[in-house]
Design a protein around this ligand. Structure first.
Ligand code: XIL
Length: 378
C-alpha cells in the first residue's frame, strides 16, 4: 500500500515537471508513454522518499541531455570536469593554473534545477597530469613525497574552497585498492604511498582526507571504488573504512556499480551497503550502469536484443528492490547513474574501444527502456 502511494504521487507530480522540462529543453523529443499508457514519471520524484537519484554529465551532455536530466534526476556529478587533468592541467597554484569553467557550468546547472552536486574526485591514478609527480627538472615520477603531498594539499584546498556550499560531498580518494592489495602501480602510490600511520594506509590516502577535513569540516568525505561490494576487496575496504572512520576522517563509501547484466549480485550489494552503514558511514551507489556484455566478451551488438533488454530490466529491477528495502534504504544516501541515456556512455570506450554498449535506463533516442520501467514501477 505504502509503495503504491509513492508511485501514484510520483506520476501525478511528474506530469507537470517533465512537461516543463521538455518544453524548455530544445532538441529532445517528448517522452513516449509507458507500457500502460502513462506519461514517463520522474525517478527523482518517485525515489524522493528513499534517496536522491543522480547522473554523471559533462558540457556536451548538458547540451544534448539537459532536458532529460532535468526531468529525471535531482543530483549531478561531473563525469570528468573536476578531475585533475581538466581542472588543474598545468603546474602551479595560481588562479590561472586552474580551469574551473566546465565544472562551474555543471554546478550552475545543478543549482538552476534545485539539484545536489557531488564532487568527483580529488585523488585517482588516472587523468592526472604528469607534472603532479615530476621533479624540478621535469623527470617523470621524480618528485619527492613532500612535493607531491604539498601539491595535493594545495589542490584540495583550492577546490574545496571554490566549491564550498555548492558541492555537498567529495570522492576524496578513488580506487586506491587493487584486487589484492593497495594499488601500487598508481603514481600517487609510487611517489607518496609509504605508510607512516602504523595501520598500513598509504600516506597519500590518509593525507588527502586530512587536508579535505581541514579546509571544510562540513563537507562529506567519501572513499569511492569498484568491486568493494563482495569478496576480499570488500573485506579490505571495510577494514580501511573502519580505520579512517575511527580517525574521524571518513563520512561515506561510494560503491561504483559498474556491473554486467550477467554478473551483478543485488543481494550481495545490499549486504555490503548494510555492513558499511554499520560503521556509521553513509553509503552511495555512485556510478551505476549495467553493461549488456559479459566481462571478457569482446563481441559487438548492432542493437539491443530483446532477451538482453529483458535481463537488463530484471537486474535493474532486482537492484532497486534491494535499494528500497528498509535497512538498505536507510543506509543509502544516493544512487547515481554514470550517464542517463545510451547515446552517451563511457562503456562505448571501455573495456572494448569503439564498441557500442547500452547500459542505461534510456535509449539513444532518450526513450525509456524496459529497464526504466523496472526501476520506476513497483
Ligand atoms: C570515466 C569517464 O566516464 C570517461 O569519460 C573517461 O574517459 C574515463 O573515466 N571509474 C570512475 C570514473 O571513477 O571517473 C570513470 O569515468 C569510470 C570508472
Amino acid at each position: 500500500m505504502r509503495d503504491r502511494v509513492h508511485v501514484l504521487v510520483g506520476i501525478t507530480i511528474l506530469a507537470t515537471s517533465a512537461g516543463n522540462a521538455f518544453a524548455a529543453g530544445g532538441t529532445e523529443s517528448a517522452p513516449a508513454p509507458g507500457p500502460a499508457g502513462e506519461a514517463v514519471p520522474s525517478l527523482a520524484v518517485l525515489y524522493k522518499p528513499y534517496f536522491p537519484i543522480g547522473a554523471a554529465l559533462g558540457g556536451a551532455t548538458i547540451a544534448t541531455q539537459g532536458a532529460l536530466l532535468a526531468a529525471q534526476v535531482n543530483s549531478l556529478v561531473a563525469e570528468n570536469d573536476m578531475k585533475w587533468e581538466v581542472i588543474h592541467p598545468v603546474s602551479g597554484n595560481e588562479p590561472a593554473d586552474y580551469n574551473f569553467g566546465p565544472a562551474d557550468k555543471i554546478v550552475a546547472f545543478a543549482q538552476d534545477h534545485g539539484m545536489l552536486a557531488r564532487g568527483h574526485n580529488l585523488v585517482w591514478h588516472q587523468q592526472v597530469p604528469a607534472w603532479v609527480f615530476a621533479g624540478a627538472d621535469g623527470t617523470p615520477l621524480s618528485a619527492t613525497k613532500a612535493e607531491v603531498l604539498a601539491r595535493l594539499q594545495e589542490h584540495i584546498t583550492t577546490l574545496l574552497r571554490h566549491f564550498k556550499d555548492e558541492v555537498y560531498c567529495w570522492d576524496v580518494v578513488n580506487e586506491a585498492l587493487s584486487d589484492r592489495s593497495w594499488r601500487t602501480d598508481s603514481p600517487w602510490h609510487k611517489t607518496a604511498g609509504s605508510s607512516t600511520g602504523g595501520d598500513g594506509i598509504p600516506d597519500y590516502v590518509e593525507k588527502a582526507f586530512e587536508y579535505a577535513r581541514e579546509v571544510d569540516p562540513s563537507v562529506k568525505l567519501f572513499y569511492n571504488d569498484y568491486g568493494i561490494e563482495s569478496g576480499s576487496k570488500f573485506e579490505r575496504a571495510f577494514a580501511f573504512a573502519k580505520a579512517l572512520k575511527a580517525k574521524g576522517l571518513l563520512d561515506g563509501i561510494g560503491i561504483q556499480g559498474h556491473w554486467s547484466i550477467y554478473s551483478v549480485d543485488p543481494k550481495a550489494v545490499g549486504r555490503a551497503i548494510e555492513r558499511f552503514a554499520s560503521l556509521g558511514l553513509q553509503v552511495q551507489i555512485t556510478e551505476l550502469d549495467l553493461s549488456v556484455y559479459r566481462w571478457g566478451d569482446s563481441s559487438s551488438l548492432a542493437s539491443l536484443p530483446p532477451d538482453r533488454a529483458e535481463l537488463q530490466a530484471r537486474r535493474y529491477g532486482e537492484l532497486f528492490r534491494v535499494f528500497r528495502e528498509e535497512g538498505v534504504a536507510r543506509a543509502l544516501a544516493g544512487v547515481t547513474f554514470w550517464g542517463i541515456a545510451d547515446d552517451h556512455t563511457w562503456l562505448d570506450h571501455f573495456p572494448v574501444a569503439g564498441r557500442k554498449d547500452r547500459p542505461l535506463l534510456f535509449d539513444e533516442r532518450h526513450q525509456p527502456k524496459k529497464a526504466f520501467w523496472a526501476v520506476a514501477r513497483w
